[in-house]
Design a protein around this ligand. Sequence first.
Ligand code: FES
Length: 158
Amino acid sequence: MISPEGLKEIDLAVAKYPAGHQQSAVIAALAIAQRERGWLLPELMQFVADYLKIPAIAVQEVATFYNMYETKSVGKYKITLCTNLPCELGGAEEIAEYLKQKLGIDFGETTPDGKFTLKEGECFGACGDAPVVLLNNHRMCSFMSREKIDQLLEELSK
Ligand code: FES
């Protein structure tokens, strides 16, 4: 379910903790699993639990607590727009409307072709760059404007 390279990364995360505390690596393991598979399908969460030799519930608790984890299928590109106060003051509401209009979907939805999922996010700690979009949990896009949304969607559509 996870590539040999991914398993090596999980092993490295486990090695950061004392023997018997492999549960501490569950956040890293889930991030690696999601990066490889796109979302945390139940069998993948079970695989992570078995690999770390921890109860499945310990994995599910983490996967359902943090909003960077997806426990339902998402599109190839997950666009998360921060809608906390500094980003709102910086124009996130207008960007939200523009994204919804361009993609033809609302927050929490995926385009019919499975390419884009639009999500509402909490502060990414980059408030000075407002409004901020996070792409697939890894790439931060700052000072978003209609023009920059157009550029981003064009780049992702190639
Ligand atoms: S409020 Fe949007 S990044 Fe902090």
